[in-house]
Design a binder for this molecule. Structure first.
Ligand SMILES: Nc1nc2c(ncn2[C@@H]2O[C@H](COP(=O)(O)OP(=O)(O)OP(=O)(O)O)[C@@H](O)[C@H]2O)c(=O)[nH]1
Ligand SMILES: [Zn+2]
Length: 329
């Protein structure tokens, strides 16, 4: 699917492979050649809040042009808007174009929402916020986030909170082979490393309730509440919404909070998608029997990954493959 025009696809068909080159540019309709570039920072009931030129001080409310049909437009999307882009009260611009995406984070259907959805587009990295205690870390969730990152083209960053309550050593050891960048925080210390990691970039944050994600967001975006209030001008109820929202960082860049995201759908991801994030195994995987899940014996007794001389990351890779296959360890 790489190289196709994602905007024309139904959401359920959208698929990203990491590490592919540039994609064909969107065809510009002549009458929209003068569309203003903007970034979607919030979505609420058929209205999109967009930051013109990704400037957090130039917010406009927009609707989706009829010609885009039901094209999904999500937080982080780079769009072209026409019409009144002054951002004055009671004005409504029109989104006429969605640019190709550099990354894509999707989540599975769950009990609050029966549809699988794109959560965030174009985030460079995903901060997987996990408490070291209270609540205890859930490695199954971390593994699924990693798979979603590898398949969607995001850099994963493990963000371990509440280090005042428990040691990070065990978790750090578990992810050492994957070389996932890790940040360790505690509420009684500066979060300088996190600030540096997110500065100037677009970062999505995900985490279970109670892990300290709001605490972290509030430290990164001192006026997060105000900013959230500003973008919720398009509609009330932001605070109970499960929609993602992009918050501007004081030093440039955005953090995209994803309240209510508790899981990532992995059904659309193939075993080969995951293997493609592990270059030392990709060649061997091509020699595997058709449909090989690369889990090794007993599930995949003829898997060729076992023949690769450099086996260091195989257990980690297999753990991720198992999490896709629903065989969490
Ligand atoms: N001991 C300790 N407690 C923390 C730390 N960070 C946050 N907390 C506490 O953990 C609880 C949950 O923090 P929140 O920031 O509300 O967690 P959240 O992930 O946003 O959870 P929701 O608001 O339910 O989505 C609060 O009581 C915080 O005060 C930390 O580093 N150490
Ligand atoms: Zn295999």
């Amino acid at each position: 699917m790489a190289g196709s025009d994602w905007r024309r696809l139904d959401e359920s068909d959208v698929h990203v492979r990491p590490g592919r080159g540039s994609r064909p540019r969107s065809k510009l309709r002549p009458e929209h050649a003068d569309a203003t570039a903007a970034m979607v920072v919030a979505v609420d009931r058929g209205r999109w809040t967009c930051a013109v030129d990704a400037d957090p001080d130039r917010l406009v409310t927009a609707m989706r042009a009829r010609e885009l049909g039901r094209t999904p437009i999500v937080v982080g999307d780079r769009v072209g808007v026409v019409g009144d882009v002054s951002g004055k009260p009671d004005t409504l611009a029109r989104i006429v174009r969605v640019e190709d995406r550099s990354s894509l984070l999707r989540r599975t259907a769950d009990d609050t929402d029966p549809y699988e959805r794109i959560v965030v587009a174009n985030a460079e990295q995903l901060l997987i916020v996990t408490a070291l205690a209270d609540p205890p870390p859930r490695t199954g969730f971390i593994d699924r986030c990693l798979v979603a990152c590898y398949a969607g083209g995001l850099q994963p960053v493990l963000c371990l909170t509440k280090a005042d309550l428990a040691s990070p050593d065990e978790l750090l050891a578990r992810y050492a082979e994957l070389a996932v960048p890790t940040l360790v925080t505690r509420h009684d210390e500066e979060v300088r490393e996190v600030v540096e990691t997110v500065r100037g970039r677009v970062s999505a944050l995900v985490g279970h309730s109670g892990v300290g994600k709001s605490t972290l967001v509030n430290r990164l975006v001192p006026d997060a509440f105000l900013a959230t209030g500003a973008v919720s001008a398009v509609g009330k109820g932001r605070h109970t919404s499960v929609a993602a929202v992009a918050l501007p960082l004081p030093g440039g860049g955005w953090v995209i909070d994803t309240p209510g995201v508790r899981s990532f759908g992995l059904a659309h991801i193939t075993a080969d998608d995951i293997v493609s994030a592990f270059p030392e195994f990709t060649e061997a995987a091509e020699e595997c029997p058709p449909g090989c899940g690369h889990l090794g014996p007993p599930e995949d007794p003829d898997c060729m990954l076992d023949e690769v001389p450099e086996q260091r990351r195989l257990p980690s890779l297999r753990r991720l493959l198992a999490s896709r296959a629903g065989l969490e360890t």
